[in-house]
Design a protein around this ligand. Structure first.
Ligand code: FEO
Length: 400
């Protein structure tokens, strides 16, 4: 349980949660996660963020290997969500810090979540700088990235950006740095994290990237609060460029079909639609929502410009799994997609129309009417499904 030195007198003192599977209560984290906390040792010793309360002991153990706990002078709270502020009360109790530094909304959120009576909270805003000896900490508020309280801290003397949730990934591992880890898995983890957590705040991501460029911050290390630390100019550029591309959401020539089926008919329709897409040269993935998590659908969407959703009609509505994934998707606000709807039915047959309206409410281009098949799809119904796939493929190609 050793701390990890990132640069001279700068240490990772966080915790690795290998078995975290339900991240923040809504997103799947198949590789676990880490709660990254950092110590900067200087004339003033500063801790940046804490960890989930379950891992407070782990963090304090690492911290105590570097300085006695009562020698922490400042605590910077970049974000008050409990995976980072979970151990804050215990840390304040043990350290009795001279200052607890946070944003205006951070103070409000801290007061709403904890008993902060007597806490020496100091509010900072974008552009404020605090000297801690050989170093200066610059603060940049990043509101709605991904909470209103969010901010990042920059230390120019070390070219270090402590970025809180931004640029994180849900990866639990012994490795601490991006250059130590399998790049393909890392790339997938970035997409999972972005598309399930950051996506609705893409406009703020683009604004923040512009702000970082305008401030001409010289960055050689980005230390997020989850996952691996981006080390070196090349990897910092990689993650900044990746975030820009993810935030821009330019359409990609690939499709995902998500469906839920009662007796297999909607699944057969999904395969026929996939054939139509493939005939037109558009690769596709079919996701049966009964066997996959809604987070997997969103991760897939990172590489797909088209989303085609199907459900059997159930009690004059869609099946619950499709209601779940569409609710989740709509909240995450994907942009620039082509959509389409389909489903089988026995008598009333409302679900394809309901799905069509749901996708249209996400501002998707809807190039075709929904396709529905009575009970088991026959030749004519399957031909309509193939045609639907082809129509979506053409609309997508025109958009890319
Ligand atoms: Fe990782 Fe918004 O907490």
């Amino acid at each position: 349980m050793k701390p990890v030195e990132l640069a001279k007198d700068i240490f990772w003192i966080g915790a690795v949660d290998y078995n975290k599977r339900n991240f923040h209560g809504y997103s799947r984290s198949p590789r676990g996660t880490t709660y990254n906390s950092y110590l900067v040792r200087d004339e003033k010793n500063v801790v940046f963020d804490t960890v989930d309360n379950d891992y407070a002991g782990t963090m304090f153990c690492r911290l105590a290997k570097l300085i006695p706990l009562d020698k922490v002078d400042y605590i910077v709270v970049n974000h008050t969500e409990k995976d980072h502020a979970g151990a804050l009360c215990q840390l304040v109790e043990r350290c009795k810090p001279e200052k607890i530094i946070t944003s205006t909304i951070g103070k409000r959120f801290m007061e709403a979540q904890f008993d902060t009576t007597g806490w020496p909270i100091e509010v900072v805003k974008t552009g404020d700088v605090i000297n801690i000896g050989k170093r200066n900490i610059h603060f940049v508020e990043t509101r709605m990235l991904h909470w209103p309280d969010s901010m990042v801290s920059y230390i120019p003397e070390d070219k270090l950006l402590i970025s809180n949730d931004a640029f994180g990934q849900n990866i639990a591992s012994s490795e601490r740095f991006s250059d130590q880890y399998d790049r393909c898995v890392l790339e997938k983890a970035i997409k999972e994290y972005y598309y399930n957590i950051v996506l609705p705040f893409s406009p703020q991501v683009l604004k923040t990237l512009e702000l970082v460029a305008a401030l001409k911050l010289d960055i050689e290390m980005i230390a997020p609060d989850h996952g691996l630390i981006w080390r070196g100019k090349d990897d910092c550029k990689y993650i900044l460029d990746t975030y820009r591309a993810l935030a821009e959401q330019k359409p990609k020539q690939r499709a995902v079909i998500v469906y839920d089926s009662m007796w297999g008919s909607t699944g057969i329709m999904a395969s026929a639609i996939a054939s139509g897409l493939e005939d037109e040269g558009v690769p596709v993935r079919i996701i049966d929502i009964q066997k996959n998590h809604h987070s997997d659908v969103m991760t897939e969407l990172a590489d797909c410009g088209a989303v085609i959703v199907g459900s059997a009609t159930h009690n004059n509505n869609v099946l619950p799994g499709i209601a779940d994934v569409l609710t989740y998707m709509k909240g995450l606000r994907p942009l620039n997609r082509v959509g389409a709807a389909f489903g089988s039915y026995g008598w009333s047959g409302e679900s394809p129309k309901i799905i069509q309206e749901w996708l249209a409410s996400m501002n998707m281009d809807m190039p075709a009417d929904p396709v529905k098949c009575l009970f088991v799809p026959k030749h004519e119904g399957l031909s309509q499904c193939v045609a639907l796939g082809k129509t979506v493929a053409e609309a997508l190609k025109a958009k890319c």
